[in-house]
Design a protein around this ligand. Structure first.
Ligand code: GDP
Ligand code: MN
Length: 382
């Protein structure tokens, strides 16, 4: 998960990295107010989760509060690489003399984190790596020992940094590394780290990517992430704890286990249908999870039929059957429902289903797919 520049800067500030004190604004008037409070030159920066904002016109310097208001008005609402700017960060302007690149990334090949430093900052680092790799210095950090001061100096000298940057580098890198570890990041980057006319060293930009697999340890980022899910069905599935991906077709599918759930999609396609979704109810699912899954799938107006394909292992067939019957009772299901149920407690499950009406049984997976696709095609012809 990528963080916005201002979020990354807030974190880096906590860890002792020198960062300008800025203000996030949502309107041009707020930007003017912020510029008045800061006094002097300010920089207005679009807060969107893509690089190259400067080149795209999303970073502008304003010499007065009036100009800040005007420029913020231009940047807010701007489209940068498909993202609409809804917030700008207003910061005191920096008198930039030198731009340096510093970053830490997970190097999976080396099984270590790597510090990357370059005197060629401010520009696209991928391009520097490609065209002039000699301008980049990499130092690997032993995860047991952590970052040592000599490594910071080694990286700084290797990159040929100017004196003020060399002096500031150990503290900057230590803050960067501690922030990276504490937040389970797989990338943290300052591009550019600037040396100002009066010899200060300040992070003008910041980027941070948190390892998605560690987000459960960082609930403070979770709320932000939820707003990133745009599909309302997927957002609802996440709340219910169901593994669901919306695919846009008209044949709903339910399976247990990601492999079987994916095989469902293949079978539906093979039978000539278009899957509406991927859905894995998971191992050991209870009746309620089955009912919730059906409710979720049926709330998609495209869905013309649902195929349930369960291979009971840890998941018990009778529990799934109970869920299906329960769903039939509680939801007003108007579309065909094909159920293929096998494995643990299969006989009990079939007995429960045979009491219910309106369920089309199938004994194999290909048969289930064929039956649901036929039923959906039939309903489309009416
Ligand atoms: P990016 O283009 O998305 O990487 O955004 P940056 O924050 O790196 O801004 C792009 C460029 O704008 C930087 O390389 C700087 O040259 C310039 N810039 C960024 N912040 C400031 C600032 O505070 N003052 C001034 N004068 N220029 C800045
Ligand atoms: Mn940048």
């Amino acid at each position: 998960m990528k963080l916005q520049e201002y979020q990354a800067k807030d974190i880096l500030r906590e860890y002792g990295v020198p960062v300008p004190s800025g203000k996030v604004c949502r309107t041009a008037a707020e930007a003017r107010q912020a510029a008045e409070e800061m006094g002097g030159v300010v920089v207005i920066k679009a807060q969107v989760l893509v690089g190259g904002r400067g080149k795209a016109g999303g970073v502008k310097v304003a010499k007065s509060p009036e100009e800040a208001e005007k420029l913020a008005g231009q940047i807010l609402g701007m489209d940068i690489k498909g993202l609409t700017v809804e917030e700008v960060l207003v910061e005191p302007g920096l008198d930039i003399q030198t731009e340096i690149y510093v970053g830490i990334v997970t190097d999976r090949g080396a099984r270590k984190n790597a510090i990357i430093v370059s005197a060629a900052g401010g520009v696209d680092i991928e391009q520097v790596a490609e065209e002039t790799p000699e301008k980049i210095t990499k130092v690997w950090i032993d995860p047991e020992l952590g970052l040592r001061d000599f490594q910071a100096r080694q990286a700084g000298f290797g990159a040929g940094l100017p004196a003020p940057a060399l002096k500031a580098l150990p503290k900057v890198l230590k803050g960067l590394y501690d922030a990276y570890i504490a937040n389970d990041a797989n990338l943290v980057e300052i591009n550019p780290l600037v040396v100002t006319g009066d010899g200060r060293v300040v992070a003008a930009d910041a980027k941070m990517v948190i390892d998605d697999n560690a987000l459960f340890r960082h609930p403070q980022f979770q709320a932000e992430e939820d707003t990133e899910i745009e599909d309302p069905f997927e957002a609802e599935a996440k709340k219910l704890g169901i593994n669901y991906v919306r695919l846009g077709g008209d044949v709903g599918t339910i399976g247990n286990g990601a492999g079987l759930a994916m095989a469902n999609l293949d079978e539906v396609k093979h039978a000539g249908g278009q899957p509406a979704n991927f859905l894995d109810i998971g191992g050991g699912a209870k009746a309620e999870a089955v009912e919730n899954s059906l409710r979720l799938i049926l709330s998609d107006p495209n869905v013309k039929g649902v195929m349930i394909n369960i291979f009971g292992g840890i998941t018990r067939a009778d529990e799934v059957a109970k869920g299906v019957v329960q769903a039939q009772k509680n939801l007003d299901i108007k579309v065909p429902l094909v159920v293929r149920l096998t494995g643990t407690n299969e006989a009990e499950g079939q007995a429960i289903l045979s009491q219910a009406t309106g369920i089309i049984p199938a004994s194999g997976m290909a048969e289930a797919a064929k039956k649901i696709v036929e039923a959906v095609k039939g309903s489309n012809e009416h």
